[in-house]
Design a protein around this ligand. Structure first.
Ligand code: G
Ligand code: G
Ligand code: MN
Length: 459
């Protein structure tokens, strides 16, 4: 119905601006041929001056229907009417649209189409629908007395209010309720049962992650990637950080952020780190490395405070030292705080044995540099978040500058982590940060790629 109206209005728009005499035959054709159309025409200041019914005779719009008393209209107006001058017994709907010459065109549609649609909806049910458009007359489906307002909507096109009213007999409500109680409720109970099952299976999967880690170790699903660390001035790769990776048999890679945390939470981290050490030892056997190559391993706080920690590190260190490699343990700021004296003692001992100590992700924890001054530490790895500020702060990186300057004062070597751009590289070089790690130079590499990087002739 709406389509018919808009179709007619757009045909009328093309005729707007011509004299009524010239366009009248065309208007009468449109009014006569389109389905459900009672009349079409043009209005100016509340006067119909041209229409398919009254020709070029000027009649007030309110003659068509007494409710139509306005003189001016919005771009679009739609209103339901009780009747029109020509058909007194049936309601109608009038569409009024502004034309390009600032007057209005109109089309009056018979309500029969709408009534038919409403009747077909309500045919097999005992309820009734009524629609009122633009606060106009309420057009009813078959017998619809004692209506109650159910729904008010706004028509998207003309912003007019559309009010749809329904009336449902008590008997229908009872059968509706019975339908709910007998069918819908049991269905939702069954659905909830399966949902609960599904969630508990997910929970079980979560529960079994430590078990899967254990199985992954046995089935050799873990492997190691090595991210090179470069000397800022010479561009030479002087070391690498070992990063554990987990590839499941189905091909999925589990992020270390997930499995390291799970291993830490479930007491599996010591076992997993020992496994890492074994994998590293195997990889190292296939490399030809320059003297004094530094290899970093990440250590979790709980591993550090465990009994076997010193022994684990000494075994790795001995193995690597025999091949001319320096072992770096990357510990977090958190580990240096807990049980301070014991930690300090352990680190002093390991250092004596040639192990190099690095503080990882510096700046994200709770440590101050003043605190580290009394700690046996060799390297400070500045967290990527500070390196990111080089790009974003338009020149001012006061915290990073302060960390760099204080670290130098207490003789700590600095490694910048997560260097991604040339600009960051230049800034760090200018600030005399001696070691750099990040995607700008290299992502983590597999053992063959790392060997090729260090020995280009092997490529
Ligand atoms: O490896 P990225 O590539 O995604 O590592 C994510 C995080 O997991 C980093 O914080 C990294 O330090 C940590 N990580 C990676 N491998 C190990 C590991 O072998 N042991 C510990 N404790 N952390 C690791
Ligand atoms: O926390 P730790 O420093 O151990 O973690 C190293 C992590 O940083 C690894 O996940 C590694 O893949 C990631 N990494 C290394 N270089 C870059 C880099 O340039 N950009 C980003 N976004 N991550 C990096
Ligand atoms: Mn690290």
């Amino acid at each position: 119905m709406q389509n018919t109206a808009f179709d007619v209005l757009s045909q009328l728009d093309k005729l707007a601006g011509n004299s009524c005499h010239d366009v009248l035959p065309e208007i009468m054709k449109i009014g006569g041929l389109a389905s459900y159309v009672r009349s079409v025409g043009f209005i100016e200041n509340g006067i119909v001056y041209c229409s398919s019914i009254s020709g070029d005779k000027k009649i007030p719009l309110s003659d068509i229907n007494k409710e139509l008393t306005e003189v001016s209209f919005n771009d679009y107006t739609i209103r339901s009417l009780e009747n029109t001058i020509g058909v007194k017994t049936r309601p109608a709907i009038i569409y009024i649209q502004k034309t390009k010459n600032k007057r209005n065109s109109f089309v009056v549609l018979d309500s029969q189409y709408l009534v038919d649609v409403m009747d077909s909806i309500t045919e097999n049910n005992n309820y009734h629908i009524a629609v009122s458009i633009g606060n106009g007359y309420q057009i009813n489906s078959h017998d619809s007395s004692n209506m109650k307002v159910e729904y008010d909507g706004i028509n998207q096109i003309d912003n007019e209010l559309i009010r749809i009213t329904t009336n449902t007999p008590l008997l229908d409500i009872v059968s509706y309720l019975l339908l709910n109680i007998l069918i819908c409720i049991p269905i939702s109970l069954i659905f909830s049962y399966f949902l609960t099952k599904f969630i508990s299976r997910l929970e079980n999967r979560k529960m079994s992650l430590p078990k899967e880690i254990e199985k992954g170790i046995l089935d050799n699903e873990f492997y190691v990637k090595y991210q090179p660390v470069f000397n800022t001035n010479t561009g030479v790769c002087t070391g690498a950080e070992a990063l554990l990776r987990w590839k499941r048999p189905d091909g999925r890679n589990i992020s270390p952020d997930i499995f390291i945390k799970a291993a830490e939470d479930d007491g599996k981290i010591v076992e997993l780190t020992q496994h890492l050490f074994e994998l590293v030892k195997k990889d190292v056997m296939s490399w030809t490395l320059p003297k004094d190559f530094h290899l970093g391993v990440n250590i979790s706080p709980s591993h550090m405070s465990s009994n076997g920690f010193v022994k684990d590190i000494l075994i790795l260190n001995k193995f690597l030292a025999r091949r001319g490699i320096k072992t770096i343990i990357e510990i977090t700021e958190r580990s240096t705080i807990s049980d301070n004296d014991k930690t300090k003692e352990i680190l002093i001992y390991l250092r004596k044995k040639g192990v190099v100590i690095a503080i990882d992700d510096f700046g994200t924890g709770y440590c101050s540099l003043a605190y580290l001054e009394n700690f046996p530490v060799d390297y400070l790895k500045i967290d990527k978040s500070f390196i990111d500020t080089i790009e974003t702060s338009n020149g001012g990186t006061p915290i990073l500058d302060m960390i760099i300057s204080l670290a130098k004062q207490i003789d700590l070597e600095i490694v910048a982590e997560g260097v991604e751009t040339e600009y960051q590289f230049k800034y760090l070089k200018y600030s005399e940060v001696h070691y750099l790690q990040g995607y700008y130079f290299s992502p983590p590499l597999d053992k063959i790629e790392l060997n090729s990087l260090i020995n280009p002739e092997c490529m």
